[in-house]
Design a protein around this ligand. Structure first.
Ligand code: HEC
Ligand code: HEC
Ligand code: HEC
Ligand code: HEC
Ligand code: HEC
Length: 189
């Protein structure tokens, strides 16, 4: 490699290579956004628990299992003893219930796959929304009709803010609903 080529490489080729590399990284980042938003994400769960059966047909209240929804930041997925309230008897000879009982007896946690998630740098709190009577379905879709939970909406900043800005219109049927905050520190603490 002679000196003038090296000079050409460092001053002209190299900056172009770096530019292209950075540009494609940025591109990949934006393209992968759809995946990060997770709309339609519906992983197979370790036990084929069905919301359609339990919350739909049987009409069990969402908060019988998701006890955190009106009390804390996280709605929380129920521990297995909530299931065993019924399944120590109901359908106890079915293969999936036998497996469920094994997990319970061994004191193991069920490795449910997490579906909805906002990034750690954003702050979301269930109780402030649920206590304003915003229905779960407004954000999660018709869970009571799903055999397998599927993410219905996306949690981009725009979607949060657009409901906050238009809450009195979007949620007009809920008495006394006010706008949600739009200042950065409400959600980035
Ligand atoms: C009998 C208990 C039970 C009832 C009742 C119940 N759920 Fe669930 N829910 C679960 C379990 C267990 C999971 C985790 C497995 C799964 O995703 O299917 C779950 C998962 C979810 C998730 C996804 C959690 C995640 O990882 O993002 C949402 C959202 C949800 N439930 C909402 C609801 C709503 C809304 C209702 C009422 C219409 C409801 N659930 C009723 C037990 C219950
Ligand atoms: C209030 C009682 C009740 C609770 C709580 C409950 N279940 Fe059920 N579950 C039932 C009944 C009743 C059926 C049978 C429904 C049917 O087939 O019509 C059933 C059916 C099932 C089935 C299908 C079994 C089969 O093969 O026929 C699974 C799997 C299941 N439940 C898992 C769970 C899990 C996991 C939890 C806890 C997150 C749970 N259930 C909580 C009452 C309950
Ligand atoms: C205003 C929108 C909104 C409403 C209303 C809402 N959720 Fe959620 N839910 C979310 C968001 C956003 C996440 C992800 C939260 C995170 O990553 O911390 C989530 C996550 C969850 C999860 C899994 C993780 C966790 O936080 O425990 C469950 C279970 C859940 N929601 C159930 C419910 C139930 C049940 C209701 C109604 C009683 C409800 N949600 C109402 C937006 C909502
Ligand atoms: C209502 C809640 C809310 C408010 C208000 C809000 N944000 Fe966000 N913000 C979020 C959520 C949720 C995310 C993560 C989802 C996403 O990346 O869109 C986020 C993501 C971001 C990101 C990362 C962007 C990316 O592409 O990953 C930046 C930077 C940011 N917010 C800055 C701000 C600034 C600056 C303000 C004030 C002008 C603000 N936010 C107000 C909820 C909010
Ligand atoms: C369906 C409409 C809706 C959606 C979607 C929604 N919010 Fe809200 N949010 C509200 C309303 C309405 C309030 C105001 C409640 C009140 O009157 O204080 C609020 C309040 C808040 C507050 C203030 C809580 C407090 O402690 O005062 C935060 C933080 C917040 N939301 C974060 C979020 C984030 C983050 C998202 C997206 C992941 C989101 N919200 C999505 C309707 C929504």
């Amino acid at each position: 490699m002679n000196k003038s080529y090296l000079d050409y490489f460092l001053k002209i080729r190299l900056p172009i290579i770096i530019f292209v590399a950075l540009a494609s990284l940025t591109f990949t980042f934006y393209v992968s956004r759809a995946e990060r938003d997770g709309v339609g994400y519906a992983p197979v769960q370790p036990i084929p628990y069905s919301h359609k059966i339990h919350a739909g047909q049987m009409g069990i209240d969402c908060q019988y299992c998701h006890t955190g929804a009106s009390k804390s930041r996280h709605a929380m997925v129920p521990p297995l003893n909530t299931c065993m309230n019924c399944h120590s008897i109901a359908r106890k000879n079915k293969p999936d219930i036998i497996r469920l009982t094994q997990y319970f007896n061994e004191g193991k946690l069920m490795p449910w796959k997490r579906i909805h998630k906002v990034p750690d740098f954003a702050y979301f709190n269930h109780s402030v929304h649920v206590n304003k009577n915003i229905p779960c379905q407004q954000c999660h879709g018709n869970i009571q009709e799903m055999d397998v939970v599927k993410q219905a909406g996306s949690w981009t900043m725009n979607n949060c803010i657009s409901c906050h800005r238009n809450a009195p219109t979007i949620l007009a049927s809920i008495p006394g609903i006010k706008k949600g905050p739009e200042n950065c520190f409400a959600c980035h603490r």
